[in-house]
Design a protein around this ligand. Structure first.
Ligand code: GLU
Length: 462
């Protein structure tokens, strides 16, 4: 059974790079009827917070990414880690190192002066003497001192690390007993039954150390997939400015979960030139073997395009529900179907949609001066009055097409171009020359509000 995991450190919010590897791990587990587990790596007490852990869970809930089983919290597993440290010590695969801070500094300085790589020199590796007083030892693992460690990576191929270049006998427990990162990751992945690790390639350099731990403990080594980073247009690592913000900020900006997930799955993975993927398709088609070898480029236009697509294809009742997050309650509005039908083709985000709708529903209190100068002419009052007369007497006035017919009648009877009525009417209804189709706007507003706006505009601008 394929078991994957997502293992965030709750030092801040979940950002989209993390979410993307979580999504990849989730999809791969689901495709194989396997398990997708969640582990909160909260051992760094100074930098972790419960709020950040909660924010990660909130983001998962918003996106509908369900993990299997209980969440593993590393902060609750000290006893487990201590047991493995004891085991390695008793098997002679790890040892206590009594090197003092002063000794360490001295060693570093000498190595630097000799232009050597700074690393621990193994001085306590085979120590059998009496430990020096007053030094709480750290625990170091006996790492191979020569040879090659090969990370078999499903994205990058075989990546070789020279043991002597990258490994000193690294610390697995600090002087206060706290186990270190690479040690606990390997133990947890093993105990949780994780056999496929999909994570950012910023972790690739940790992997040989984790392999040393797996081997020392006799654990099977999982398959690894190290996913290249997401870059901005300049080819640099994505920064906050480019959109690498908190995943929940995408909710606030009005993106739909399906759009964000669809956007992320295509960052670094492709299936032919297909762009739109339903969740079921993603689960069916995703394969980490197809992850691109090079960095992917974050592209806001693409995200907006996908979001528009998913908005267009949402039901009106779903949209009405989503709009409530933006203080827009349409449920009792008798024109809500017309409003939503008109707006779902126009808005790139739910937030924008809420703003557009609010703009329509508010009676203008001022008029764009430039627009008035350009389009509210001497004959506009007569044209608007003629149209207003038709609006007040017409029997059937519900649909956009009903209003359109009346506009056409005025155009024909007064022998004018469509712009002659369209532009001043637009100013009257919306206060400016841009916005959605007028017939829809009037159908949304209804007869009385349409007449009121026409009258207001005539008073204000003539
Ligand atoms: N906790 C690590 C992080 O948030 C991930 C560790 C892993 O995936 O192995 O970057």
């Amino acid at each position: 059974m394929v078991v994957t995991r997502f293992a965030p450190s709750p030092t801040g919010y979940l950002h989209i790079g993390g979410l993307r590897t979580a999504l990849f791990s989730y999809l791969w587990a689901k495709k194989n009827n396997g398990k997708f587990l969640l582990r909160i790596e909260d051992t760094d007490k100074a930098r972790n917070s419960a709020e950040a852990a909660q924010a990660i869970l909130d983001a998962f809930e918003w996106l509908g990414l369900e993990h299997d089983g209980e969440i593993t919290y590393q902060s609750q597993r000290d006893e487990i880690y201590a047991k493995y440290i004891e085991q390695l010590l008793s098997e002679g695969k790890a040892y206590k190192c009594y090197m003092s801070k002063e000794e360490l500094t001295e060693l570093r300085e000498t190595q630097m002066a000799n232009k050597q790589r700074t690393m621990y020199d193994g001085r306590y590796r085979d120590f059998t003497g009496t430990p020096p007083e007053g030094v709480e030892p750290v625990i170091r693992i006996k790492a191979p001192q020569s040879g090659t460690i090969i990370v078999k990576d499903g994205v990058k191929g075989n990546v070789s690390f020279q043991a002597q270049d990258i490994l000193d006998d690294f610390v697995i427990a600090r002087a206060d007993g706290a186990p270190t990162y690479n040690f606990v990751v390997a133990i947890d992945d093993h105990l949780m039954g994780v056999n496929e690790v999909i994570r950012g390639d910023d972790h690739l350099s940790n992997t040989p150390k984790q392999i040393v731990v797996y081997e020392a403990l006799g654990f099977d080594i999982p398959s690894f997939y190290h996913v290249p980073m997401i870059h901005n247009h300049e080819g640099k690592k994505l920064s906050k400015r480019d959109g690498a913000t908190d995943v929940m900020a995408y909710k606030e900006m009005g993106y739909l979960p399906q759009a964000l997930l669809n956007f992320l799955v295509r960052l670094g993975w492709s299936h032919g030139d297909q762009e739109i993927f339903s969740m079921d398709e993603m689960k069916e088609l995703f394969n980490p073997q197809d992850i691109n070898k090079s960095a992917s480029i974050y592209n806001t236009e693409k995200l907006d395009w996908l979001n528009s697509h998913y908005i267009k294809n949402s039901s009106n009742s779903d949209l009405a529900e989503l709009l409530t997050d933006y203080d827009l309650i349409l449920t009792s509005h008798d024109k809500k179907e017309i409003i939503l039908d008109e707006m779902k083709d126009r808005a790139k985000t739910i937030k924008e949609m809420a703003e557009l709708i609010k703009e329509i529903l508010q009676t203008p209190t001022s008029y764009d001066e430039k627009a008035v100068k350009k389009a509210f002419k001497a004959d506009s009052v007569a044209i608007l009055n003629a149209f207003g007369a038709k609006v007040s007497t017409s029997k059937e006035l519900h649909l956009p097409s009903d209003y359109h017919t009346l506009m056409e009648e005025v155009v024909n009877e007064m022998e004018i171009g469509f712009g002659k009525i369209g532009q001043p009417l637009r100013i009257a209804l919306l206060g400016k020359l841009s916005g959605p189709g007028l017939d829809s706007v009037m159908a949304i507003l209804g007869r009385d509000e349409t007449l009121l706006r026409i009258a207001n505009a005539i008073t204000a601008n003539s």
